[in-house]
Design a protein around this ligand. Structure first.
Ligand code: F6P
Length: 738
């Protein structure tokens, strides 16, 4: 039974009890009063007629007349005179037959003084109780007998009935008023209490009276959730499991990804043919398998020369070609927009700001205007793609720092999961950007904001702490601002497992044979590789310098080691990238001039876009892969290399300034600036015994297979599901208490 109903029932019962007690008291008291009153009246009536009575006492007719006079009073039903021995002497007309002298004598047999002293009693008659008063009659001092007066008590009953009616009405009124009042008071205080509890549960500053309850509720929820999370995270993550998670825990079939780079670029070739290109991008490497698993829409810049020709009337194109499990929604940018938003603010500004790689960031207000406008343009396109008011939207990378807030304004109930694929600067560096507050606020429109490492999360918290009005909940790794709450967590990104690019690829031995043939290498040659976009953060110059130093200090590798740099041209509109291109070329030429010959080229700089199957052939063929980033959020080349080596051979030399180095200590970890150290690590890698290669590779492969990209996405979706559950609970709670 509802607590309010129970309270009201208890109140009514109490009131009923009180009314009954009041009635009993009133009833008994008034009864006694009436009895007394009637006895007095009887005495008065008899005393008033005493003279007539004594004169006619022995005259039956005269006495009966006197008695009839007395009985004229409307409340006296009759009067009878009894002699001192109870013998009837006379009576008024219509005296009730059941109350005769003889009958009274029987009743008062045990009361010898009754006739002399007078008594009164109630007698039940068929028409109701009557009051009988026995009033003694004296003449001088001699006792003659008594007059018996019978009073009608029905008026007492009537009056008591009326009083009872009033009392019941008063009770009814009081009970109704008390019920209404207590119900209203109960509802009011319950509502206030539950609203307050809701507020406290959603993170408001705890009030002392709620603390014990909140502690209990939170520890219960945390226990349940951590059990659930452990259950959700345990075991292998596969595309099927990711899809199931999305369906079961987020009740969604589709997700919407917002990312600048599209996973499939349609290019028109020199002979007019249209080809599909897979861009060199860690973001695409990670997200594309997730989209294939989950289906949905990827909203991206249509940057290919044949992109416009390959979309339908809604700018959609279904991909992957031949499989078509999701769609790309292409967004068209003008030259000015691309210049300001992509080259300008994103890459000359934010990219340089977030990477410690000694390239000055450039911030121009006009670029930021384009950046804001393009973020809005993408948000508009996203809103056209969603079909519910609480969609799941994955915002990707530094190109869209403002989009989460814009999405929150348009779709307040959306689950916005933002992932920042590059490092986040410390607050000193962040302050260099004139628009740092807008960037922080924009990102705090997200439900979840993910970085690769805890260090990046800490830097973000420090920036918020320093530059914004917000509450940082470090215990739960969240930021609250303007009524919203953003979970800030590390989600180290990864690659798919198994890699679909390996399907149909020759065995590692066969790949090695093919690559050696392409490069014209002898059977005893050694192959090192580097795979990157031509970007100054990748430490390509330092890498070539390390190879140079290796050849300088280790004569055994001269003529044997070929280091292939697969370098995808990138952002070539920007001056710094053009410089890099030139300096890498010059450096490679220098090393080749120093240590090469007609038939031997130590550095093979292959500057072109290389499609993934070709890249994976090189991964499989190599003895060593050197990832020398000066600063890198994660670096998926390192993980791709590991995933490609099903033969458990090959050695990874890895910069300590990558996120990957924290996860794969089995690689040979180096400081890429320390050319000597890096060259020694490469020498050690080239000499490493097969057993040791296998042990290291096996351990790294076990890690990457377990912590694959499905787990990365799955963890974010599980966290999002938890947020949505909490949000639903909160809304339900508010609804129930309204
Ligand atoms: O690793 C991810 C990433 O570095 C992104 O941050 C970047 O956008 C992308 O790869 C490649 O750059 P772009 O899209 O400018 O070619």
């Amino acid at each position: 039974m509802h607590r309010a109903t129970r309270l009201v029932l208890a109140l009514i019962s109490g009131l009923a009890l009180l009314t009954w007690a009041a009635w009993e008291i009133v009833h008994r008291t008034t009864d006694a009063w009436f009895q007394k009153d009637v006895s007095l009246r009887a005495e008065l009536a008899v005393n008033g007629a005493r003279r007539s009575l004594t004169q006619t006492w022995n005259d039956r007719r005269g006495l009966s007349e006197v008695l009839s006079d007395i009985a004229r009073d409307e409340r006296i039903m009759g009067a009878e005179a009894c002699a001192a021995d109870w013998a009837p002497l006379g009576k008024s007309h219509e005296f009730p037959s059941r109350v005769s002298c003889a009958e009274l004598q029987g009743r008062m047999a045990t009361d010898p003084g009754a006739l002399r002293e007078g008594r009164s009693l109630s007698v039940a008659l068929p028409g109701g109780d009557v009051h009988v008063a026995v009033v003694p009659v004296y003449s001088a001092d001699s006792h003659l007998g008594a007059v018996v007066l019978v009073h009608d008590l029905s008026y007492v009953v009537r009056r008591e009935g009326t009083a009872k009616g009033y009392l019941l009405a008063a009770f009814g009124f009081l009970a109704a008023a008390a019920s209404v009042l207590s119900f209203a008071a109960f509802r009011y205080s319950w509502r206030r209490w539950s609203l307050e509890l809701g507020r406290q549960l959603s993170g408001a500053a705890p009030r002392p009276e709620f603390r014990p309850l909140l502690r209990d509720v939170r520890s219960f929820m945390d226990r349940v959730l951590s059990e659930r999370e452990a259950e959700l995270e345990a075991g292998d993550w596969t595309p099927a499991r990711l899809k199931q998670t999305l369906r079961r825990h987020l009740h969604g079939e589709r997700i919407v990804v917002v990312a600048n780079r599209e996973p499939y670029i349609h290019q028109r070739g020199p002979n007019g043919e249209v080809t599909v290109q897979h861009p060199a991008s860690g973001l695409v490497t990670a997200l594309e398998p997730v989209m294939r698993a989950c289906s949905g829409t990827w909203v991206a810049h249509g940057s290919g020369s044949a992109d416009r020709e390959t979309v339908d009337s809604n700018d959609h194109v279904r991909v992957p070609p031949g499989e078509e499990s999701y769609q790309i929604r292409r967004v068209w940018l003008t030259r000015e927009e691309e210049q300001g938003y992509y080259y300008g603010f994103s890459n000359e500004g934010l990219w340089a700001l977030c990477h410690i790689a000694h390239t000055r960031p450039a911030f121009r207000a006009s670029d930021f205007d384009e950046y804001r406008a393009v973020n809005q343009k993408f948000v508009d396109r996203v809103c056209e793609e969603v079909d519910t008011d609480d969609p799941i939207i994955l915002v990707q990378d530094y190109h869209f720092a403002l989009a989460p807030r814009m999405l929150r304004q348009r779709l307040p109930r959306a689950t916005v999961i933002t992932f920042w694929h590059i490092p986040w600067p410390n607050s000193e560096r962040l302050g260099i950007c004139p628009f740092h507050q807008e960037l922080l606020d924009g990102l705090l429109g997200s439900s979840i904001l993910g970085f690769h490492t805890q260090a990046d999360c800490n830097n973000f918290f420090d920036g918020v702490d320093r530059y914004l009005e917000a509450r940082i909940d470090r215990e739960h790794s969240a930021v609250e601002r303007g009524g919203g709450r953003t979970l800030v967590r590390p989600y180290p990104i990864s690659v798919e497992w198994p890699l679909h690019w390996l399907e149909g690829l020759p065995s590692p031995d066969e790949c090695r044979r093919e690559v050696f043939e392409e490069l014209g290498l002898g059977a005893d040659a050694l192959l090192g590789i580097g795979v990157d976009r031509l970007d100054y953060t990748k430490g390509i110059e330092e890498r070539i310098s390390a190879v140079e130093r290796l050849l300088e200090s280790h004569a055994e590798f001269r003529g044997r080691l070929t280091f292939v740099q697969l370098a995808a041209p990138s952002r070539t509109v920007i001056e710094r990238y053009r410089q890099l291109n030139e300096s890498v070329e010059a450096l490679a030429a220098r090393v080749n001039a120093r240590f090469g010959s007609d038939r031997y080229r130590p550095i093979a700089l292959l500057r072109a876009h290389h499609e993934p199957p070709r890249v994976f052939r090189f991964y499989r063929a190599a003895d060593v892969c050197y990832v020398s980033s000066l600063h890198d959020g994660m670096n998926l080349v390192a993980k791709e290399f590991v995933a490609a080596r099903e033969d458990e051979r090959g050695v990874l030399v890895l910069s300590r300034f990558t996120g990957a180095a924290r996860e794969m200590p089995e690689a040979l970890i180096v400081n890429p600036y320390d050319i000597e150290e890096a060259s020694l690590a490469m020498a050690a890698a080239l000499r490493m015994a097969e057993d040791e290669q296998r042990d290291r590779m096996r351990s790294m492969r076990a890690f990457v297979s377990e912590f694959n990209v499905y787990r990365w996405a799955g963890r974010m979706l599980v966290d999002a599901a938890r947020l949505r559950r909490r949000e639903r609970l909160r809304l339900g709670f508010e609804e129930a208490t309204r």
